[in-house]
Design a binder for this molecule. Structure first.
Ligand code: KMT
Ligand code: NI
Length: 173
């Protein structure tokens, strides 16, 4: 079951919990535009996908076993702060991991996802992902159309991105 808390900002491997012991409520997550569910039954995932017109999906297994020498670099890349111009839906099939999302004040909120957790992140939110100490995340990625999800790394251009601006505007209301 998903759990959310303020990231502690302490040095140390990104895959450690970094739990400040200050919880973040569902109410605050929904203010950021984040929805989450626990769906042990894949039919619930299918229903959500079809209700939002998601036509495509794929599965990734992020682990040294499947990725070999590329694993450490992949893990570093997923952890670069970025946004997307589409919402991001991820469903954890096995293992777990952390999504960090930026708060209203630009602090990190860490969201711990476990097996059967599904999270929906709005377009335009800054975020990053990491595996946890178990080094194993098997996830389904859901796409409306083509299986492409372009990460736009944070920079001065992304602050002016129309999807970013839209996100900020909607978040305030
Ligand atoms: C992302 O946006 O960084 C990801 O989708 C990570 C891989 S899926 C758990
Ligand atoms: Ni992303």
């Amino acid at each position: 079951i998903m759990k959310a808390y303020w990231f502690d900002n302490l040095p140390g491997d990104q895959r450690l919990p970094h739990d400040s012991d200050r919880p973040v409520t569902d109410e605050y997550l929904s203010k950021l535009g984040i929805l989450h569910f626990n769906y042990p039954d894949i039919e619930d995932v299918n229903a959500l996908a079809s209700s939002r017109s998601y036509k495509n999906r794929d599965e990734v297994t992020i682990s040294p076993t499947t990725m070999g020498d590329a694993y450490e670099e992949k893990v570093k890349n997923f952890f670069h702060e970025h946004l997307h111009e589409d919402e991001e839906i991820r469903y954890i099939l096995d293992g777990g991991g952390y999504f960090d999302v930026r708060s209203e004040d630009d602090d990190w909120v860490r969201i711990k996802l476990e097996k059967h957790d599904l999270m929906i992140m709005p377009a335009g939110i800054y975020h990053r992902f990491t595996t946890d100490e178990a080094n194993y995340t098997k996830a389904m990625r859901l796409f409306k159309e083509d299986p492409k999800w372009t990460p736009l790394n944070r920079g001065s251009e992304t602050d002016d991105n129309p999807y970013r601006k839209d996100y900020i505007k909607n978040r305030a209301t």
